[in-house]
Every structure is written in C-alpha cells, then in structure tokens.
Write a protein that binds this ligand. Structure first.
Ligand code: URA
Length: 290
C-alpha cells in the first residue's frame, strides 16, 4: 500500500520527472518495443509452466466487441495516493494451495462468480514458475478465452515485444491476470469479480515470489495497490504489494490505440530493468523509425 508522501518526496518526484523529460526528449522518435538482437539471460531459472486450462470447452461466449482496455485517467499533476483497502488483501489466511498447477486446477472448476457461465476456458496464467518479473493484466479477452492462455491476441503480441525489449523471453517471465475468466464483451472487471478471483492471484504471487511485478493498466494496478487513481498518475513510480516492488505501466491494449505513449511505458520498463540490474538498452535506428 502506498504511504502518504511528504514535501521531500514531492521534490524528489519533480526531479525525477525532469530527468524523465530529458530521457523522453532523447528518445522521442522511438515508439516500438522490438526486442534487441543480442539477449542476455536475465532469468532466475525454472522451466516455463504452461498451466492447462482445466475447464472443458463450452460453447463460445457471445463474442462481444472488444471494449477499450487500459485507458488511462486524464493526465494531471502527480497526486497523493488515496489509500483504500486493496482488492487483493495482503492479510489473509495462508493460501490453501501448494503449487501453481493446483491453483490452475481449482481455477478450472471455479464457479465463484457468474463469469464461469460465459467462459470457454479459464486462463490461470503461464510462464517461469520462479520468475524475476511477473506481469499482471486485467482479464482474458476473446483470444485468451478461446485458447486458455494469457495475452495471445494483439495486445499479447505487443506485450511480447515489450518483454523482448527488456531482454527477456516470454518463457522467462510469468504472465497472469487479475480475472481468470473473460468478462463478456471485454468489459472492465466488476469489484465483486475481482474480489472472487483475488485469492488465486494472491496465491500465485506467493508461490512465484517475483522480484518485481509490472501491473498493466488500471484494473491490475488498482487491484494490487488498493488505490483509486488512474494509471496515468500511477505509472512510472514503484509501489509495493506485500513487500514486492510494483511498477504500474500502461496496458498493451491501450498502447495499441495510443502508440505515442509507448515511450512512457518504455521509461517504466527501463526502471524495472535498472532494479533488476539488466543493461539499459537504446533502441536501434530501425526501431526508432517504427
Ligand atoms: N488483456 C489482458 O488484460 N489480459 C489478457 O490475457 C489479454 C488481454
């Protein structure tokens, strides 16, 4: 949970924003997330886990037009975060599940909220079971619901580029969502749905033990941090979830619609890379021209 911030940290914020503007001015031509050609091995180890979607396929849910995801709130001065109880509570009974596979199985038969009635597959998440970095998105979309895997549609392709630009492969990180079932029409998750699903993500985070969490967009960031501010205000600054640093950034779906903001997201990802001790990269001239 974010602490209230004093004048000193506000001055530090202003200094940091000035530094960001300088970096943005230097990188303003670049708007892509193409992976660099030479990739170091920043993973901590562990074979990638692909959690099977345990739900037997049902007739596909009404396809529903993809509603905008991850749209940021109006920009403005950095606020003092308003503390509200986190949707994914940090003080709870210990998790009853001892493995990611077990969580995926339980998710696969979950009927705690009405979304089970319209899902085709559950989407528990996948990746390195001991990742240095965990990405948390909002909820499965149509492609994910069809395949039972997270971020496999257009937004997923951009997320793959973001991951690659940091020097990781998709198998080296873990990718999860706040909701494990698709909301019809890709609507924003309801608070009751987030509350029902929260124990799963919480248990996953406990087992994964990532060094850093990157929350993608409003619902993921707000659920993890228990704040109500929008992503425009929260991005670019580390908070924490149960002692794990959380870097909020724009959702890839939003970045597909607003490519000009990719350079801001790249600044956020670079902060993560810096914390992880990864080499900071400059995009190649070809990438700058994208
Ligand atoms: N958007 C999300 O938030 N999660 C996915 O898995 C896919 C799209």
């Amino acid at each position: 949970m974010s602490a209230l911030r004093g004048p000193q940290s506000q001055v530090a914020d202003l200094a940091r924003q000035a530094r960001e503007l300088l970096v943005q001015a230097r990188e303003s031509r670049w708007s892509g997330f193409e992976p660099p050609s030479a990739q170091p091995d920043p993973q901590r180890g562990g074979a990638p886990t692909r959690m099977p979607a345990a739900t037997p396929p049902r007739p596909a849910a009404a396809s529903g037009r993809a509603a905008p995801r991850g749209a940021p709130a109006a920009a403005g001065p950095r606020p003092v975060p308003v503390a509200v109880p986190p949707a994914i509570p940090s003080r709870e009974e210990p998790s009853p599940w001892s493995s990611l596979e077990q969580i995926a199985q339980v998710v696969g038969t979950c009927t705690k909220c009405p979304l089970h009635a319209t899902r085709t597959h559950t989407v528990p998440g996948e990746g390195n079971p001991k990742p240095r970095l965990l990405f948390v998105g909002e909820a499965p979309g149509a492609d994910e619901d069809r395949q039972g895997r997270p971020f496999v549609g257009a937004a997923g392709q951009l997320l793959d580029k973001m991951i690659g630009a940091m020097g990781f492969t998709r198998d080296q990180v873990f990718i999860a969502n706040v909701l494990k079932c698709r909301p019809p029409g890709n609507r924003t998750p309801l608070p009751a749905e987030v509350a029902s699903c929260a124990p799963y993500l919480r248990a996953q985070i406990e087992l994964l033990g990532p060094e850093i969490i990157c929350s993608l967009g409003n619902p993921a960031t707000q659920a993890l941090l228990g704040v109500t501010e929008g992503i425009s205000r929260l991005r670019g600054r580390f908070s924490s979830y149960r002692g794990i640093p959380v870097m909020p950034t724009f959702h890839p779906s939003y970045l597909l619609r607003s490519p000009a903001d990719r350079k801001l997201s790249w600044l956020d990802l670079q902060q993560i890379m810096q914390r992880l001790g990864l080499p900071l990269r400059s995009p190649s001239p070809a990438q700058e021209n994208e």
